[in-house]
Ligand binder design. Structure first.
Ligand code: NDP
Length: 242
């Protein structure tokens, strides 16, 4: 029977590419979103993948939402924690709201989304958890103390959870994309973006589909010995050792 995969923030950008790649590979996919109804409806109409609305930073909404997905599609075996936001500001001007909204969507979400599915994965002896972090969680970025801290947190989360669950057939890995051509990057001012691209040795932005292909591999049975790893996909912009 086809495995069930949940992709948070799966209706737009990198998440939409991941949802579609899993769907094409035969998974039963649920894509989540938080507020952009128009994008979610267009995504479902185009792909045939159901979209579910809840906030990944709200523990109760995650428990209820994930239970609904399991009821509709079956036990969740693949979880892609992809949803994330930025609220950029220099730290000396950053408000607590900018700090905490990023922590909530980018880091609390890992607890809220993973905690409800991990026990079932342990009982069934199979699971794939893939967390989408960022190059800026590896190297830090001016104007993104909040985001860099949250995304670095995702790396620690991955490594610890991988060790706890390795004996239970569950792998936990992290992908750190560089700059990928999505709405999030479209929000960067053009002059800044030109400077960013000039600093990418491959000479272009990455494509969401390039990240999706890596997720597809990490989700597969073939990748059972890869766990606790951090995969860099950034066109050689920054070379980190995990
Ligand atoms: P987008 O802004 O294009 O899409 C974000 C998605 O996440 C949307 O589906 C959005 O829902 C959803 N989302 C946001 N907040 C929440 C929330 N609180 N609860 C549920 N869903 C939520 O993002 P990208 O595709 O660019 O980025 C995807 C991930 O990749 C993020 O974690 C990002 O940090 C990371 N990343 C992106 C890079 C890039 O260059 N784009 C580089 C490195 C990492 P809705 O449509 O309803 O708003």
């Amino acid at each position: 029977m086809a495995r069930v995969a949940v992709v948070s923030g799966g209706t737009r950008g990198i998440g939409a590419a991941i949802s579609k790649a899993l769907h094409t590979a035969g998974y039963r996919v649920a894509a989540t979103y938080v507020g952009n109804e128009q994008a979610a409806s267009a995504f479902t109409a185009e792909s045939g993948i159901p979209a579910y609305r809840w906030d990944v930073g709200d523990p109760e909404a995650c428990s209820t939402g994930l239970a609904r997905v399991a009821e509709d599609l079956g036990p969740i075996e693949v979880l892609v924690n992809n949803a994330g936001i930025t609220r950029d500001s220099m730290f000396h001007r950053m408000t607590f709201d900018q700090w905490s909204s990023v922590m909530r969507a980018d880091l609390d979400s890992l607890f809220c989304m993973t905690r409800p599915v991990i026990e079932g994965m342990r009982t069934r002896g199979f699971g794939r958890i893939i967390n989408i972090s960022s190059i800026n969680g590896q190297k830090g970025q001016v104007g993104q103390v909040n985001y860099s801290a949250a995304k670095a947190g995702a790396i620690g989360f991955t490594k610890a959870l991988a060790q706890e669950n390795a004996p239970k057939g569950i792998t936990v890995n992290c992908i750190c994309p560089g700059y990928i051509d999505t709405d999030m990057v479209a929000a960067v001012p053009p002059e800044t973006l030109a400077k960013i691209v000039a600093g990418i040795p491959v000479g272009r932005l990455g494509k969401a589909e390039e990240v999706a292909e890596a997720v597809l591999y990490l989700a597969s049975e073939k990748a059972g010995f890869i766990t606790g790893s951090v995969l860099t996909i950034n066109g050689a912009q920054y070379l980190a050792n995990g």
